[in-house]
Design a protein around this ligand. Structure first.
Ligand SMILES: Nc1ncnc2c1ncn2[C@@H]1O[C@H](COP(=O)(O)OP(=O)(O)OP(=O)(O)O)[C@@H](O)[C@H]1O
Ligand SMILES: CC(C)(CO)[C@@H](O)C(=O)[O-]
Ligand code: BAL
Length: 284
């Protein structure tokens, strides 16, 4: 399938679908596709006549130039995998197509952007995500857009953006796809060596421990978070945060009680920064 690079070509593909009242689905990615991305594309293909997969390593959301440079880029393989999974359009614009000369607009989602990932990666991270998501929504004009639960705070930021700006795109969230041993799939996993790969497993192990204790009736959120953190630290990973939060606002919880709660973790394993999360059972 030919890769589309410009907005003009993209519109040539989406306009006929829109005129015939077909649904346009968007799966936004930064490439280096794995099963996590493919699950989003398959879900989009099940609901939409046209499935636009975007591949754009968005410079605006990287606070660390080293991370941007090291981000894996595998476009030919991405095109093959996305097409097999049901993509009908692949849009991989260059930075100048997304941010042409004269571009000056900023987008900031307050509140939910600020803690955790926002604090650890800097405010510019979610500013960059919100900007590119708003931009891609304007370029692709999707009826529906899919995001992965693995990036749970990003989901909350995007939901807030869409609600606050009355963007007429329905947000769909797909469950985190994991390796057989529990490691959440991530494009950055390819940078883990064998020892780091072992240590990386502690994130999902720590989260599962928290979920098991919560299921057994423990509602003391700070104590649960400390227990989860200890599992990750004992494996030699450097924990940035381990917390239990409200999945909509990302405010930290004291008591689980009868409410939705999410355990979240970010840790550095060797050179790689990983995140993961786990939905906790409700106590009634
Ligand atoms: N394991 C996964 N399961 C489900 N969705 C995922 C998974 N990994 C990524 N996604 C989703 O795919 C979309 C594109 O993500 P992205 O291209 O950043 O991949 P990634 O693997 O998260 O990369 P990285 O974490 O290294 O930045 C996002 O909506 C993200 O949440
Ligand atoms: C949504 C996204 C594609 C925006 O660049 C990115 O943050 C990601 O890959 O999760
Ligand atoms: N996967 C979320 C985007 C990022 O890590 O920059």
């Amino acid at each position: 399938m030919p890769v589309i690079r410009t907005l003009a070509e993209l519109r040539e593909r989406t306009e006929p679908v829109r005129r015939s009242a077909g649904r346009i689905g968007l799966v936004a990615t930064m490439g280096a596709l794995h099963e996590g991305h493919l699950s989003l594309i398959r879900a989009a293909a099940a609901e939409c006549e046209q499935v636009v997969v975007t591949i754009f390593v968005n410079p605006a959301q990287f606070n660390d130039p080293g991370d941007l440079d090291a981000y894996p880029r595998t476009e030919d393989e991405d095109v093959r995998l996305a097409t097999e999974a049901g993509a009908t359009v692949i849009f991989a614009p260059g930075p100048e197509e997304v941010y042409p000369p004269g571009f000056v607009t900023a987008v900031r989602v307050g509140g939910v952007s600020e803690p955790w990932e926002g604090a650890a990666r800097g405010a510019s991270h979610f500013d960059g995500v919100a900007l590119v998501v708003a931009k891609l929504f304007g370029m692709v004009t999707p009826d529906l857009a899919w995001f992965g639960q693995k990036d749970a705070q990003q989901v909350a930021v995007v939901r807030r953006l869409v609600a606050d700006l009355n963007i007429p795109t329905a947000i769909r969230v797909a469950p985190t796809v994991r390796e057989a041993d529990g490691l959440a799939m991530s494009s950055r996993n390819v940078r883990l060596d064998a020892a780091d790969r072992e240590a990386a497993l502690s994130l999902s192990r720590g989260l599962r421990l928290v979920a098991d204790r919560a299921a057994a009736g423990d509602t003391d959120a700070p104590a649960l978070a400390r227990a989860g953190r200890a599992v990750v630290e004992q494996a030699g990973a450097e924990v940035e945060y381990f917390a239990i939060v409200d999945p909509g606002t990302f405010a930290e919880l004291d008591d689980l009680g009868d409410r939705d709660a999410l355990a979240i973790v970010a840790a550095r394993v060797g050179q790689v920064r990983l995140i993961d999360n786990w939905e906790l059972p409700r106590h009634t």
